[in-house]
Design a protein around this ligand. Structure first.
Ligand SMILES: *[C@@H]1O[C@H](CO)[C@@H](O)[C@H](O)[C@H]1NC(C)=O
Length: 294
């Protein structure tokens, strides 16, 4: 008891000797020390999964050049090296910088322009074109690699197959989309839940998006449920939150809609934020678990 009182009075006299500004500085120092200490600790804790808040990207040096291995009988004659960055594990999303050349992107936009029509939706029970208006406001068209006489889509499709190691025969035709100012696509799944859409002959495993234009402002691909965020709330399917990928011409984005066990990954929910300035062009390749006979 006595000791406590003594300490208290010492502390106060210490304080009055130093004066208020010094005490204030001391307090600030301890506050900041505590703050940075806890930040450091919380970063250390996070070794396994996706970093909860920090968006600082680490560059991992993979050792640079490597000596190519001799390939097997069914390997490729040329060396294929396609750099990518892991964006997220929930959902499993990869980013491919400079996947296509500027000329290839321009070529795809040119061939699509002539055939654009308002994009449609796969409808659930009770849904009609009328009551789903506004969910998807882009224009688009489907084109298969074999229909493209320029040969660009053939090269892109082959490269997507190499990047995903899922054979070309599993891909749907390319869906080329244009979003103009204000146009959007509310968050949705690419996979079809049989409970909502009825039994499916085959299922979409993954989606590859090739950005064909830069967008000055808006138009990000968003994953609002990334890492399980926003999932329990009354999430507004138009809201641009979570992991957002800004379109950059020539870059690719791959994400998986299914877990390895074939069930739908709820965090693969995604949408397109409205374009604010500029125009967004994107080519989508949906990849299925069965060979597509188109
Ligand atoms: C499938 O895999 C996911 C992710 O690992 C898991 O959460 C889920 O429970 C699995 N579902 C079944 C039916 O095995």
């Amino acid at each position: 008891m006595r000791g406590k009182g003594k300490l208290g009075s010492n502390w106060w006299s210490f304080g009055s000797k130093l004066g208020f500004p010094a005490v204030f500085l001391l307090c600030s120092f301890f506050f900041l020390a505590g703050f940075f200490g806890s930040t450091l600790l919380s970063q250390k804790e996070d070794v396994s999964g996706v970093r909860p808040t920090s968006r600082v990207l680490e560059s991992v040096d993979e050792g640079g050049e490597f000596d190519p291995l001799p390939h097997g009988q069914t390997g490729e004659n040329s060396i294929t090296s396609i750099p990518y960055q892991i964006l997220s594990w929930k959902p499993r999303a990869l980013y491919f910088p400079n996947f296509a050349t500027i000329e290839q992107c321009q070529g795809i936009v040119k061939m699509a322009k002539a055939h654009l029509a308002p994009s449609s939706l796969a409808l659930r029970e009770g849904e009609t074109a009328e009551n789903t208006k506004g969910i998807r406001t882009s224009s688009g068209m489907f084109i298969s690699a074999s229909e493209d006489k320029t040969g660009i889509l053939d090269l892109i499709e082959e490269k997507i197959a190499r990047a995903t190691m899922i054979p070309r025969s599993h891909g749907e035709a390319f869906n080329v989309l244009r979003y103009e100012i204000g146009q959007r696509y509310n968050s949705h799944y690419d996979a079809f839940n049989p409970a909502e859409y009825g039994p499916q002959k085959s299922q979409r495993i993954a989606s590859f998006l090739l950005y064909l234009s830069d967008v000055e402002e808006g138009g990000e691909t968003m994953f609002p449920f990334e890492n399980g965020w926003s999932m329990d709330l009354n999430y507004d399917y138009r809201k641009c939150v979570g992991l957002r990928v800004k379109p950059r011409r020539g870059d690719g984005l791959l994400f998986f809609s299914l877990f390895p066990n074939g069930t739908i990954d709820a965090t693969s929910l995604h949408g397109s934020c409205p374009v604010m300035t500029g125009e967004k062009w994107v080519a989508t390749k949906w990849i299925r678990d069965e060979i597509q006979d188109d």
